[in-house]
Design a binder for this molecule. Sequence first.
Ligand code: PLP
Length: 473
Amino acid sequence: MADDKKADKTPDLEQVRDVAEAAKAKMLAETFFTTPAPDHEIPAHGVDPRAALEVLQSEMMLDSRPDKNLATFVTTWMEPEGRQVISENLHRNYIDHAEYPRTAEISKRCVRILHNLFHGEGEPEAPGAACAGSSEAVMLGALAMKWRWKAARGKAGKSDAKPNLVYGADVHVVWDKFCRYFDVEPRQVNLPKGKTTVGPEELRPQIDENTIGVVAVVGTTFTGECDDVEGIDRMLTELKGEGLDVPMHIDGASGGFVFPFTHPDFAWDFRLESVKSVNVSGHKFGLVYPGVGWLVFRDGDQLPEDLVFYEDYLGQKDATFTLNFSGSSSFILAQYYILIRAGRSGFESVMRAMTMNRDTLARELAAEDSLTVYEPGDRPLLPLVIAQVNDDEPFTGTDLVGELARRRGWLVPAYHLPPDNQDQQIMRMLVKGNQTREMVEALTADFRTSIEYLRKRGPAKGPKPNVHTGHHY
Ligand SMILES: Cc1ncc(COP(=O)(O)O)c(C=O)c1O
């Protein structure tokens, strides 16, 4: 009887094989090629790996080519050895520190190297964290500011009910997200007309005893420029003298891997007394594929003990300070690879090459009488070009980027500046390591023919849908 029951449960392998054979026979031609791809239910039967791959790859062809994506700050090219590090370590879960102690050590090394690059002092075990990107690093850095402020308020016997965070409208959307998700009042200051960054004049009036911190951007998403960090630091130092101690966090998502090499004398980092934490994206100018980012603290005092969790279910009592838990080690290891592979001189060379090609593109586009190219002079700028279509042209930035996409698939975003400059539409082109001089020249030629065509065509008949807008990349 017991055996009969067991027999009932045994799958009829014969039948399974028949079904699989039938599915395979059908798969060869029809499955997925003649029917829509599964999009809301797991298919009853699998298909040959090659068929599944083909389905996926054919859909990927419908996406744009990352190499022609001039909108993104994120790395779109790595050398084969970098890719090898990534593919060989995809299965190594970063959080298993007990099982992969060398991975944990290499991650700490990266934090120490960045702490040193950003002119942090001493601290052999510089605190910080490897993150999925700058967004996670921002959340953790801002949480540390909030907790430190709460502790200080508690100590002074004052209320901690109304924390606020002060920043300009030139920040990335992640700062608004932090405020919404973690219940902090966003004190966002508009950019005065004609300005694209903020300084102490704009931020000072917003700061009070409930301010958990001030955010300054080094390499903004909108124009690649920097807030007046030195001015903000002077203002915060004065405030401290008056008894109000407010920390500054630097959002160096892009600039953190650029300015140490292009403008070594530009003091935006721990050289400034009020800078207590910095975030940087490894997957932007840190030259690693997405996703890796870093949070680096000035010193151990910046990380409140309350935010560190200790667990020992992975085989070792371990301290964690992250929003995520599991994740691949690949990108952290690839960060270490590129740090030692390029070295300081390699990073300098890559940044110099980007800047040279950026300058060529800017010069070529500035020669077009229909465009105004934004040049910040000697001020530090990320390797990108900002251009604007002049008001008297019969076409807009949206028309122009549409033409560029149509010609050779270039992806150039056209978007409006943040308030109070929202009437200005600009185009932004990142010039990254894979943008060779040849590509810069091809892009310039396409600008020229697109402009000629649009001038001949005259004003568009009706409103044209945007091809590519937004700046949050
Ligand atoms: C200034 C700034 N901060 C934060 C972010 C978010 O970074 P991530 O994409 O690494 O999460 C970006 C992304 O472009 C950025 O430009």
